[in-house]
Each structure stands twice: as structure tokens, then as C-alpha cells.
Design a protein around this ligand. Structure first.
Ligand code: BES
Ligand code: MN
Ligand code: MN
Length: 464
């Protein structure tokens, strides 16, 4: 049978099996694999075991491998010799709080029909990344059910620490390099360009996470008895935080921009041609004005420029009512998004020096590291990318876009560094999926046509 015939058979099979595909996604969603909370470690293992069992059912050799943290699932399909693709996804999810903002149980996927006819699968992980990783697994399942064997050699790596800045994956990949090395890596954890335009993401920002805790007095103090004389760590923290950004939106840490390059004009031009609607993007979040570096197009602000964001601040009394107190401690969680060849280690040290220089008498600071990974840029051309673009264009009936993203997916850098592999980042999520947020959703169309897209991509890679 020709590849074209097999492709049609696999697509028909995927369509016919959609109800079961959806049931399997719901079953995975029911497992509460919140990686950052140790209380859910058992659930993370259960997710890994559920995935490995499903892959074995689909004809893969699959196993759950222990790491010092949450386990990894590795699977191999021994169907064809070449080319060899390595697919990556993460089965862990973000915590669900604040729970009261959810309109339904975060772990019971609810199908909600929208006024425009689109159906939303609402649940934690529906989009990030369970729904997305299942598009690939279901594509393999449909292909094998229709044709007996897959058209390419497929290896699969599913991890459970992506959302918690886990440190164990690079070590695992390095240790299993011979087993994982392939011709190209595929990651399904990114967005489409818009509702009807698929996209291949070629740039991601890197990340440095830092937590700081500032201590002044040796205990909480009465703010009338000590007020004005005693140094207040909330004030110190606020001043340090305020010093991180200049009024023009740029980051004020010394040396921060040393490795940052201007976007090549050809790429800037290509991004202008995407026809991005800045106003609509901001309106989608209830905003009217971009607050990043002044005079930069918004797409550059989120895709190709580095930033510093305060993710959380706490100190003193924040409960109901009022308490006149000068707290002993104040803390904040701060992240930097990196671009180009900015070095996470160097940025972390520059930030720490910035804080120490601004620390007044009687104050001490403690730093806690929360992960670091450099930015990723993959070639915006090449044989696999061209074939994948054509396959996506066929499925969606619309030219696929080449885009970038401001989020971070550390594994793409690990694949390059440890396996010498370039990654194709292809995802079917939407910017309004509310990932990491209450009422996260994945469009049923993303799920269905995501599965169909991977089937077409497998066919396009076959025989090369
Ligand atoms: N899937 C996201 C990254 C993403 C989001 C890519 C939107 C493209 C579009 C991923 O799961 C994620 O949330 N990454 C974290 C980094 C991690 C180390 C905590 C991020 O970007 O904050
Ligand atoms: Mn993700
Ligand atoms: Mn995420």
C-alpha cells in the first residue's frame, strides 16, 4: 500500500475513533499530576504508568523510568528504520488554585459548547500539556490501528517535572542518550498562530527563576512603638523591586543586555507581515497599553526581548482585617525571560549583585534558585520543517506560519546540547486557553485536527 493510501486510512480511523480518543484524554486528565506539590507525587507516578500502559497497548515497547524526582516514560516503536523521530511531552500540570474561580471540577473534563459552535474541553492540563501530548499518541494509535505498522521509527519521551522547573530531565537524557538519539525531535507544547492558522515555533525565551527573602529586625514589631525607626523589609523589598525596571520598560540590572542581539531585519519584517493585532491581544487580557520596552512592537516585546517579572510578593499581615505590624521578613518570586545567548547563570549572579548592592544596614537577604534555561532558536528551514509545514498546510487548508513564543520549554535546549538534535515545536493550543489559570481549556478542534495533523506529518516524514 502506498503512503497516500495509508494516510487516508489513518485519517479515517482517527475520525471514527474520536469519541474513544476523547475518553482517553479525560482519563489522563482525571489523574492529578501536579508536579510542584509533593502531596501529588503518587498521582504523577500514576500518570506515567497510565501512559506507559496505553503505549504498550498501541504496540510500543514502553517503560516507566525512575529519576530522583518524578518518573519519565520512554517508548519505542520498532516499525520502520528511518527516519527516527523523538516525540516529547509533559504529563505534569500546574496547581489548580484558586479553586473557587473554577466553574467545574478541574480534574473532570467538562465539554462546553460555545456560542460560535466550538467545543471547549475544560480541565487542568487539557491544553498544557495533556491534550497536546495526546494528539501525538492518538495519531500513532490511529495509524497503527489502520495500517498495522507506523511509517517512521518513533521514540517517545514523556516527563513529569516540566511545570516545576525540575532538574532531573537533563541528567536522564544524558544517561539515555544512545537510546534517545534520533533524526529530529518533535514537541507538542506550543500555540497555533490563530484559530485557523497552524504554526511552527522557532524561538522560545529562556528562564531564570529566583526567590528572595529579606530580613530586617529579629522579630515582628509593633508599628507604633518602632515605626520610622525600625527598617521595614516590605519597604526595602519594594524599593529593590522598583529598581529592576526603568520607566521606559527596560531592565536595569547591570550587564543584562550584553548578549542581547537586535532581531535580524528579515525576521522583523516577517513578523510584521503576520498582521498581529496588538490591541486585540491586549484586550483579550482586559488591557489597553503595552508596558514593555517603549517603541518596540508588542511581538518583539514578548518574543525576542528579555524581561523581568515579579511573580509574587509577600510580607507582613495580608489576612482579613488590619494589623499594625512591621514584619521581620518580606519575600518575592522573580523571573527573568532570556533571549539569544543570555547565560542563565550570569543573569542570576547579576541579579543577586543588584539586590546586595541595594541592601541597607541591618538587612540580610537569602536567595533561592528556581530553575534556569537558556533561550532556544531552531533553524527556520530544513527538510523536516518544510515537510511539516506542508503537512500542516494540507490539514488546515491555510498556509502554516513560522512564529516565535515568549514561553519557555527547557527540553529543546537539552535535546540540542545532549543529543545534537533540532526540535520542531508544533502545537495546537490557543493564546486564550488559560493555561496555568482557572478554567483552562483545549478546543475540541485543536484535539481532533491536532491528531490529524500529526498523522499527516508522520506520512510526510516517511521514506526519508
Ligand atoms: N507549554 C508551556 C510553555 C509555553 C506556553 C510555550 C505558551 C508556548 C506558548 C510550558 O509548559 C510552561 O509553562 N513553561 C514554563 C517554564 C517552566 C520551567 C516553569 C514557562 O514558560 O513559564
Ligand atoms: Mn507545557
Ligand atoms: Mn506550562
Amino acid at each position: 500500500m502506498t503512503i497516500a493510501t495509508q494516510l487516508e486510512a489513518a485519517l479515517a480511523r482517527a475520525d471514527a475513533d474520536m469519541d474513544q480518543s476523547l475518553e482517553r484524554l479525560k482519563a489522563l486528565i482525571r489523574i492529578k499530576s501536579i508536579s510542584t506539590d509533593p502531596a501529588y507525587a503518587g498521582e504523577c507516578r500514576r500518570a506515567a504508568e497510565w501512559l506507559a500502559a496505553g503505549l504498550r497497548e498501541d504496540g510500543f515497547e514502553a517503560s516507566v523510568r525512575d529519576t530522583p524526582g518524578h518518573p519519565v516514560v520512554v517508548a519505542h516503536g520498532r516499525d520502520a528504520l528511518a527516519p527516527h523521530v523523538l516525540f516529547y511531552g509533559h504529563y505534569d500540570v500546574q496547581p489548580v488554585d484558586p479553586l473557587q474561580l473554577w466553574n467545574s471540577d478541574p480534574f473532570e473534563a467538562e465539554l462546553r459548547e460555545q456560542p460560535d459552535g466550538e467545543v471547549h474541553i475544560v480541565a487542568r492540563g487539557s491544553s498544557d500539556d495533556k491534550g497536546q501530548l495526546m494528539t501525538f499518541l492518538e495519531a500513532c494509535r490511529a495509524w497503527r490501528a489502520a495500517n498495522g505498522t507506523l511509517p517512521v521509527r518513533v521514540s517517545i519521551l514523556l516527563e513529569g517535572e516540566e511545570e516545576s522547573g525540575g532538574k532531573n530531565l537533563p541528567g536522564f537524557i544524558g544517561g539515555a542518550a544512545d537510546e534517545l538519539r534520533a533524526d529530529v525531535a518533535l514537541v507538542c507544547d506550543t500555540d497555533m498562530w490563530d484559530r485557523s492558522t497552524p504554526s511552527i515555533t522557532t524561538m522560545l525565551r529562556g528562564l531564570v527563576g529566583e526567590e528572595i527573602e529579606i530580613t530586617c529586625a529579629d522579630k515582628d514589631l509593633h508599628s507604633g512603638m518602632y515605626g520610622s525607626a525600625a527598617r521595614n523589609p516590605n519597604q526595602v523589598l519594594a524599593e529593590i523591586i522598583a529598581s529592576l525596571r526603568r520607566p521606559d520598560g527596560s531592565v536595569a540590572v547591570a550587564g543584562f543586555y550584553d548578549e542581547v542581539e537586535e532581531l535580524p531585519e528579515a525576521v522583523a519584517e516577517q513578523w510584521r507581515n503576520l498582521g498581529f493585532d496588538e490591541k486585540a491581544f491586549l484586550a483579550g487580557a482586559g488591557l489597553t497599553q503595552a508596558a514593555g520596552e517603549k517603541d518596540r512592537p508588542l511581538l518583539q516585546q514578548i518574543w525576542s526581548r528579555p524581561t523581568c517579572e515579579i511573580n509574587g510578593m509577600s510580607g507582613g499581615y495580608t489576612g482579613d482585617g488590619f494589623k499594625t505590624v512591621i514584619p521581620a521578613k518580606a519575600s518575592a518570586k522573580i523571573s527573568f525571560r532570556l533571549v539569544a545567548s543570555q547565560d542563565p547563570h550570569k543573569i542570576r549572579e547579576a541579579f543577586r549583585a543588584h539586590v546586595r548592592e541595594r541592601l541597607p544596614a541591618d538587612c540580610t537577604v537569602m536567595f533561592k534558585e528556581h530553575g534556569g534555561s537558556p533561550a532556544i532558536a531552531v533553524p527556520a528551514d530544513g527538510p523536516y520543517l518544510r515537510r511539516a509545514l506542508a503537512a500542516l498546510t494540507d490539514e488546515w487548508g491555510k498556509q502554516a506560519a513560522i512564529t516565535a513564543s515568549g514561553g519557555s520549554i527547557p527540553v529543546a535546549g537539552d535535546f540540542k546540547r545532549l543529543l545534537g538534535l533540532d526540535t520542531l515545536l508544533i502545537g495546537f493550543a490557543h493564546s486564550d486557553d488559560r493555561i496555568h489559570s482557572p478554567n483552562e481549556k483545549y478546543n475540541l478542534t485543536s484535539y481532533h485536527r491536532g491528531i490529524r495533523s500529526w498523522i499527516r506529518i508522520l506520512a510526510a516524514f516517511a521514506g526519508n
